[in-house]
Design a protein around this ligand. Structure first.
Ligand code: 5GP
Length: 126
């Protein structure tokens, strides 16, 4: 079943031009802008323009051109913002367990400092 998309989510408003953003990249399928509350010197959000909630429905319903554009945008942004050489992290939070706050698919591209290990391990049971 397709995920229900809320057209009033904050990124939908940015995509419609109703709210501002600090744009770093745009093409036919993709918009990328700086995260308002950056977790690192470089923190960019990379969105498909069409209304997908998450990787789950995007992977099922998006065209090959949209999927290609989205991942190519990540490489373009990394090169443009000077983190390609030193390294960076891309991730998507999905749903409840992933702590996704905004229900329009976005990839976080984070870098510009040592990001440390990826995810805290679960506490070991005795
Ligand atoms: P999520 O938890 O959904 O993966 O990430 C949502 C991200 O959107 C967070 O990193 C948050 O800082 C960012 N964010 C929330 N509201 C705004 C906004 O109005 N503008 C921008 N540029 N980023 C936002």
């Amino acid at each position: 079943m397709a995920e229900v998309y809320d057209t009033e989510n904050i990124f939908a408003k940015i995509l419609r031009g109703e709210l501002p953003c600090d744009k770093v990249y745009e093409d036919e399928h993709v918009l990328a802008f700086k995260d308002l509350y950056p977790k690192a010197p470089v923190h960019v959000l990379i969105l498909p323009k069409r209304p997908y909630v998450s990787v789950t429905d995007f992977s099922q319903s998006a065209s090959d051109a949209e999927i290609a554009a989205w991942i190519r945008a990540a490489g373009n942004v990394a090169r443009e913002l000077g983190v390609a050489e030193g390294g960076y992290r891309v991730l998507c939070n999905v749903g409840r367990d992933g702590h996704q706050e905004v229900a329009h698919l976005h990839m976080h591209l984070v870098g510009g400092r040592d990001l440390g290990g990826m995810i805290r391990r679960e506490e070991r049971q005795p």
